[in-house]
Design a protein around this ligand. Structure first.
Ligand code: NAD
Length: 480
């Protein structure tokens, strides 16, 4: 039976991914008596609030980049290394240590705020009641609250005809624990997750093939950026096969035999390991008892209004559970904090129009606001400038020249409508772009803002100067 110090709370938060965690801490800060229910455990069966996916990816990407640089880039700096050894167990241990450190910090924060953490599976019974089911015994109990916040996140989509054993065929999460670099690796799905994983394993030396059902690569991105990304990743050696829908995969004696279809017919492919990264769906199976009458849509997303309110009074849903904005950790965090404030009588609405997105590949891809194709489709009069990073002196000095910074502004008002970046540190550069959009800045504002030299951020300044026809350090005008 889960340990419960009381049976009535002001707030119960179900799930402590980024959204639920932020929500619980903010509720406690606002003086609300808060309990959090979570049944996640780390590799050592210790309770954790940490969603290991994104941080594990960050940790391994860093290791993979270092290994790749040592082999392919260090010699240009006059640094020569012989007998390079890749010890995957040390690399994975480092990743797990980072996860443990961050997980411990989160538990400290919970304890500091006197949040009751209950380890159990939760099921909504009514607008004020949650059933707790103990993991090991299955014993049940019920707790009550004035407000209930659902934040149970999302889970990986599996494919029919493919059995994930996490030994040869992995889901995206388990793919961060592969303990030997595969010789030949197939990744199903060239979405954000598939690309980030491909960047890790190809940099560590795996021959990596991405099979993507859609004909268009990263179609949500600005098409100029997705085009650059496609050729850059291909030049790096990623084997990107578009319009390739995987229909089955079976583990044979030595290899995994994959069957996929494209316009030319059915193909087979033999690989050592395979990762399924075909998207995620909201974690709503058994989240609510049928008699609770929680309204879900046909895909299992919790129905919410613009204030994250479900159809049940006092019950809210935040993060990946809803269709309010994309499945992004920072969106979930904002919603968690918003709901805590909202029930405490503070209304700080979220601006869903200005949400940064990042793909943590090398080079990184980051964007905010609208794409060129979306604006053109509505006939919006726009001006565009794309500044190539191979003209930025910091990019040249560090030899990371690939990519562009693209600014789209309204043709009459000059208001910035979208900024799209592919390049080194795009995930950091995008912060300035987000601030610009949040403050309704014009390209003139960025053009007049002094940027430190030599920095990558000058490329935003230079793109804005191109838009204003005053670029002084760039041989060609790129505005259209
Ligand atoms: P996704 O939907 O972005 O990509 C999945 C891809 O798999 C799609 O392009 C789809 O066409 C393809 N696919 C599906 N079935 C297939 C099949 N049978 N054969 C070949 N291809 C197939 O999902 P994801 O990359 O798994 O990410 C899930 C969610 O998590 C997304 O919302 C994403 O934004 C989010 N996420 C964000 C980050 C980040 O912010 N950096 C990182 C990872 C995930």
């Amino acid at each position: 039976m889960p340990t419960i110090s009381k049976d009535y709370y002001d707030v119960i938060v179900v799930g402590t991914g980024p959204a639920g965690f932020a929500c619980a801490v903010r509720c406690a800060q606002l003086g609300l008596n808060t309990a959090c229910i979570n049944n996640r455990q780390d590799a050592n069966n210790k309770d954790t609030h940490l969603n290991t996916g994104s941080i594990g990816t960050m940790a391994l990407l860093e290791s993979a980049k270092k290994y790749h640089s040592l082999i392919h880039e260090f010699a240009q700096h006059g640094i020569l290394a012989n007998d390079i050894i890749l010890d995957m167990s040390v690399m994975l241990h480092r990743k797990d240590k980072i996860l443990a450190e961050i997980g411990d910090k989160m538990i400290d924060l919970f304890n500091k705020h006197n949040i009751d953490h209950i380890h159990a599976k939760a099921r909504l019974l009514s607008s004020q009641q949650v059933e707790l089911i103990a993991d090991n015994t299955g014993l049940k109990s019920v707790i009550n609250a004035k407000y209930i916040i659902l934040a149970s996140g999302s889970e990986s989509i599996t494919l029919p005809n493919i059995y994930i054993d996490n030994e040869f065929i992995f889901d995206a999460k388990a793919a961060l624990n592969i303990n030997q670099v595969p010789k030949k690796l197939a990744i199903i799905g060239a979405g954000v997750m598939g690309l980030e994983l491909a960047n890790i394993w190809s940099r560590l030396g795996a021959e990596t093939i991405l099979l993507e059902a859609q004909e268009n690569f990263l179609s949500v991105l600005d098409h100029e950026i997705s085009g650059i990304a496609f050729s850059t990743f291909q030049n790096q050696g990623l084997d990107l096969r578009l319009g390739a829908r995987v229909i089955s995969a079976k583990k044979g004696n030595k290899y995994i035999n994959i069957e996929y279809q494209d316009q030319e017919g059915t193909h087979t492919l033999k690989v050592d390991k395979m990762i399924v990264a075909c998207g995620t769906r909201p974690n709503t199976a058994n989240l609510a008892a049928p008699e609770a009458n929680l309204l879900l849509d046909q895909d299992g997303y919790v129905y919410v209004d613009n204030n994250c309110r479900t159809n049940l009074p006092g019950v809210y849903a935040v993060g990946d559970l809803t269709l309010l904005g994309p499945m992004l950790a920072h969106k979930g965090i904002e919603e968690g904090v918003f709901v805590a404030d909202f029930i405490a009588g503070i209304n700080n609405p979220i601006n869903y129009e200005i949400l940064p997105s990042v793909i943590y590949t090398e080079p990184e891809i980051a964007w905010v606001g609208q794409t060129e194709q979306a604006l053109r489709s509505t006939g919006e009069p726009i001006n565009i400038a794309s500044y190539p990073l191979n003209s930025n002196i910091r990019a040249i000095a560090v030899d990371k020249r690939e990519g562009v910074v693209k600014i789209i502004a309204h043709a009459y008002t000059d208001k910035i409508l979208g900024i799209h970046i592919i390049g080194n540190h795009a995930s950091e550069l995008i912060a300035e772009a987000v601030l610009a959009l949040e403050f309704s800045a014009s390209s003139e504002d960025i053009a007049r803002t002094i940027h430190a030299r030599p920095t990558l951020s000058e490329s935003l300044h230079d793109a804005a100067l191109i838009l204003k026809n005053r670029a002084w350090n760039f041989p060609e005008q790129f505005n259209t």
